[in-house]
Design a protein around this ligand. Sequence first.
Ligand code: SAH
Length: 401
Amino acid sequence: MNRVFIRKGRDESIKRFHPWIFSGAVERIEGTPFEGEVVEVLSFDGNFLAYGHFQKGSITVRILSYCKDDAPVNGAMPLMFWQDRLYKAKMMRNAIGLPTSRTDCYRLVHGEGDSLPGLIIDIYSKTAVVQAHSAGMFLSLERIAEALTLCYGDELQTVYDKSEGTAPYKAGLNLGNKYLWGATLQDENIVQENGNKFSVNWKEGQKTGFFLDQRDNRALVGEYATGKNVLNMFCYTGGFSIYALNNGAKSVVSVDSSAKAIEMVDKNVLINFPAGNVEHTSVCADALDYIKEIPKGKFDMIIVDPPAFAKHRGALDNALRAYRRLNAHAIEKVASGGLVFTYSCSQVVDKQAFALAVFSAAAQTGRKVKILRRLTQPADHPVNIYHPEGEYLKGLLLYVE
Ligand code: SAH
């Protein structure tokens, strides 16, 4: 087995179970591991530390196991390893009551949060969508699919690989989204989230097809939306909009710059309200352009859920400016006594930085603003306590006097 030796004094974070080994911590590599191979990680003086996926780049190893008995076979983790990890992930979801008769879509594997760095698995009723963010996970997908079928039995009909846009393209992998297992007759399912119905298209949709990380926040929007005029900015397929409508919102406007997303919003409104008896408008537009034009006081509730403005540290300042600008418009325009739900899903923007951006936005408007709630990702997106970077979704519920 190829081996990676860690510099003296640089193994502390590994001993504290942080799952990433940065290139600067590597003393030397014994052998020539291929990208995605499972390597053994040792201290400078040869003590076993971990096994992990090797990759070229700033993160050299993503750790899979700290247990010497989990030995790889021919550079890959055996089926038993995947079965064990997926079974544990499933048990954790069962422990928090997922799935239920009203929620049949959830995240089964949340990367580092489930001790599987570089792997995402989302369940949409009887379809599992897997997404590899590392070469090692990509090369393991066939085995992961097999482990999934063993874990789920008849509960699963299809496994789809959606890694083309996420696995490292420089690693010379044979990328291309495809079905890995089971029925391939349809690319779309109607799923339920807290009793709200959504059509999810894993092939055409963004990410794995749906943003499962807003489930709890959507429920909260639903709770407060009764009788209100709601503006849902960056609506994607209308998650927040459908909850608001199902909870008796007076009217909902959904805005997204993607024409495909807007098509899906309209479809989801129709699925939930076949008789068309709701006040809903969808608008394909840039959210900032749109909000600049609306009259002040038109909406009692504004939801601001933009895509990650900063994908890396270098983009941080621009991202914070963008959050500030967007939130200033929302706070400025919402009706007196209105609510603003505002989010950031950029991993590099932490809670404090985001709160500061929203604070500056509020100060810019001169309005009286209270923070009613601090919001985050739901429990099926767990954070590994040794990897706090995993807490990526943060939000604030604001009350504007
Ligand atoms: N709130 C959504 C998820 C939002 S994802 C949900 O609950 O499912 C971010 C969305 O912002 C994507 O749908 C993307 O198409 C849209 N988007 C990106 N840039 C935009 C812009 N400048 N104006 C409006 N929408 C934008």
